[in-house]
Design a protein around this ligand. Structure first.
Ligand code: 5AD
Ligand code: SF4
Length: 474
């Protein structure tokens, strides 16, 4: 049974004490810390908190593993590919550890939260000093202190293997080092209750719990006051925001309106939306909220009703297409993106054709496509999966070709038109040295002075490719 556990002020103050202890322990010389992130935006957001904690503990930030005294790897468990990359990279830290015996290696995130992986990290990756889960980010200083305190006792006893089972932590007031001065993540909820049969997320991030509207609004005001120009609300399924909040309850469309009403010149976006919970009320709020970008990430996953049912998605293709039509009625300029899984257990060529067909019907602006990856502990991992990997790859390549063609066609239609873009960084390449985004989130390369970063500008689109637009400032 799920229990919401709100971390109290005393528990947080205790973390501050651990930060002080660490600060004193490393005061002899400058110490450096690096955080390496895999996976989704929620992980990016958690890594900002880890960087916040490390800064409070007295560590200076670095991206150079050779210089780091602490390396924290924030991992993803959604597909096997991400896990293998992490294991390879963590394994290679054995060399860094030989060079610097003081190095502390921490592995956190969704991969570490799985019992099976936690044990593997403990037993086969001796260079790992600390294993912790996404529910323990709020107590990172305490865990790190345990490692530091035991230092000098290298071997079994010095290691801290946490990642305890948990499903309901809500922590407010954690320190945070934002990655960007222009764009910010704002996590509004955590966990997921949907149990799509292929997905590991509900098992590692726990049950869905929402932050209180007052806490979210306070953070949004802080971001607006700090001059952030692009705020993305994060949740595994933002459309079910507010469930279980009791008296404080607010639903997602109302939250969106309330944040949009905060004074400031910023754009507001959100992800991810589960199609079953996307409502007319949401589309109306998006259309009517001045700051809300007309951009919707609405993962369809598959175009076949039979497979959607096996995936436990709770909608069929007709219902999905109806929602897309309704959203586009409210926002004719809507930029629509999606996720698709190819090769779910039992998927046939005919099912796959239905996916191709829905993609042609909807014409997404961008698609994130994946080959199904069995995740131990999920229902789909137990299902018969007779289609060989090579055949799934052929389907995948076909889908990618269609996705790319549509993106290219959609991008070509931008040429000659002028858009308000937010300049968000440098590309590192000439002559288009600046990167920017339209309200719909499309990437526009520009030529201009780096002092424009963090500002809105008007750009006329002059050319396009499958992946990006190119423009001139007007
Ligand atoms: N295999 C492949 N793709 C997956 N996703 C989630 N679980 C799996 C899996 N087991 C994809 C879904 C989801 C996106 C974040 O990752 O498309 O929307
Ligand atoms: Fe996974 Fe489905 Fe939840 Fe998304 S909605 S995190 S795919 S279980």
């Amino acid at each position: 049974m799920y229990t919401r556990r709100e971390i109290g002020p005393q528990e947080l103050e205790a973390q501050d004490v651990y930060c002080e202890k660490i600060k004193q322990a490393i005061a002899s010389r400058p110490h450096y810390a690096m955080v390496d992130t895999y996976g989704c935006q929620q992980n990016e957001s958690d890594s900002e908190i880890l960087r916040g904690w490390l800064a409070q503990c007295g560590y200076l930030p670095t991206d150079d593993p050779a210089r780091a005294d602490v390396i924290a790897v924030n991992t993803c468990a959604v597909r096997e590919h991400a896990e293998l990359r992490v294991l390879g990279n963590v394994g290679s830290l054995a060399h860094a550890r030989e060079r610097n015996p003081e190095l502390i290696v921490c592995v956190g995130g969704c991969m570490a939260q799985q019992e099976r992986m936690k044990n593997r990290l403990r037993d086969s990756f001796r260079m790992v000093d600390l294993v912790f889960g996404p529910h323990e980010v709020w107590q990172f200083p305490e865990l790190l202190w345990q490692v530091i305190e035991r230092h000098g006792r290298r071997g079994n006893k010095s290691r801290v293997i946490a990642a305890a089972p948990s499903d309901g932590v809500v922590a407010e007031g954690l320190p945070r080092r934002w990655d960007s001065e222009v764009k910010a993540w704002l996590s509004i909820m955590n966990g997921c209750d949907n149990f799509c049969t292929y997905c590991i997320v509900p098992y590692v991030r726990g049950r869905e719990r929402s932050r209180r509207p007052a806490d979210i609004l306070a953070e949004a005001r802080e971001l607006a006051a700090a001059g952030y120009k692009d705020i993305t609300l994060l949740g595994q399924n933002v459309n079910s925001y507010g469930k279980g909040l009791g008296e404080d309850k607010m639903d997602f469309p109302d939250l969106l309106r309330a944040i949009s009403d905060i004074p400031g010149d910023f754009r507001l976006r959100f992800m991810t939306s589960h199609p079953k919970d996307a409502t007319e009320k949401l589309f109306r709020a998006m259309a009517e909220s001045e700051k809300c970008a007309h951009q919707l990430h609405l993962p369809v996953q598959c175009g076949s009703d039979r497979i959607l049912k096996a995936m436990n998605r709770h909608y069929d293709r007709a219902a999905y297409l109806e929602k897309v039509a309704m959203a586009r009625e409210y926002m004719p300029d809507l930029v629509l993106t999606t996720d698709i899984i190819v090769g779910f257990p039992g998927e046939t060529e005919a099912d796959f054709r239905e996916t191709l067909d829905i993609v042609e019907q909807v014409r997404y602006d961008a698609m994130f496509t994946f080959i199904y990856s069995p995740r131990a502990g999920t229902p789909a991992a137990e299902m018969d999966d007779p289609v060989p990997r090579a055949e799934k790859q052929v389907w995948f390549d076909q889908l990618l070709a269609v996705a790319n063609r549509i993106s290219e066609e959609k991008h070509a239609a931008y040429v000659g038109r002028t858009f308000r873009v937010l300049v968000d960084g440098e590309t590192g390449a000439e002559p288009y040295n600046l990167s920017s985004r339209t309200a719909g989130g499309r990437l526009v390369h520009l030529r201009g002075d780096p002092s424009l970063i963090g500002r809105f500008a008007d750009a006329k689109i002059t050319s396009s490719t499958t992946w990006a637009l190119y423009g001139e400032l007007v």
